[in-house]
Design a protein around this ligand. Sequence first.
Ligand SMILES: Nc1ncnc2c1ncn2[C@@H]1O[C@H](COP(=O)(O)OP(=O)(O)OP(=O)(O)O)[C@@H](O)[C@H]1O
Ligand SMILES: [Mg+2]
Length: 230
Amino acid sequence: MAYEYVFDKSKCWYISACVKYESPECNASCIRYMEMDYLMQNSGIPRNRQYAVLLTPSKRDVQAFVTLKEIKDDILNFVKNGESVYIYSDNFGNGKTTWAIKLMQKYFDDVWAANGFRCRGIFIHVPTFLTKIKEGISRKDEDFETLKSRLMTVDLVIWDDIAATKLGDFDHANLLTYIDQRKLNQLSNIYTGNLHQDELQDALGNRLSSRVWNDSTPVKFVGADRRGVR
Ligand SMILES: Nc1ncnc2c1ncn2[C@@H]1O[C@H](COP(=O)(O)OP(=O)(O)OP(=O)(O)O)[C@@H](O)[C@H]1O
Ligand SMILES: [Mg+2]
């Protein structure tokens, strides 16, 4: 589906921060809403994950949270310098994807002004992406073609669940093409996964795992699964 601008003040990302919320100026011509909506909807971040969730670290994840907070506070330079981060854990549901989105959202927040409706970040759920490629969706789907070409040039990409399973040759070649190209162009990446260094090598092969591990800041979570826990 092509992007279509729809204004819905109840979905604004700045409800609690904007002094104009609920004022007459809170309307469809709000430039901040427009730019942010463009960035968000074109990023492919699922709609139900576009709004900040409060995360609290388990005791052993405090240092990991501090590291991510530092990256977040300096995300403009992180992206400008083409840096990458790999957020990983043996456990599921402890905030990896949520953090990745937080970092991207902060980047959007830093660049929306005068952005001029340009795509600045893309969220890729890697297993879904690879399945789509395999099914040859690209030839039938213009949006998917656009997405693939943007992957080579966009400032920041989240590769969600990149290292969750072992990749076949075809998948491996596909991923390597994009990630190598991004590295060459000094573009930023956020990876999430469930594998540590040795397993990564086994699952992704030497070249790809070195991209994900050696060219990134690895951040490990050890906290337990918090999904569904309130
Ligand atoms: N540290 C945390 N504090 C509060 N809630 C959390 C925390 N970690 C995870 N959650 C909750 O669990 C849900 C799932 O988190 P998320 O999708 O980020 O996990 P994940 O680490 O990416 O999991 P997976 O390994 O399955 O991909 C979040 O929506 C959030 O509500
Ligand atoms: Mg996840």
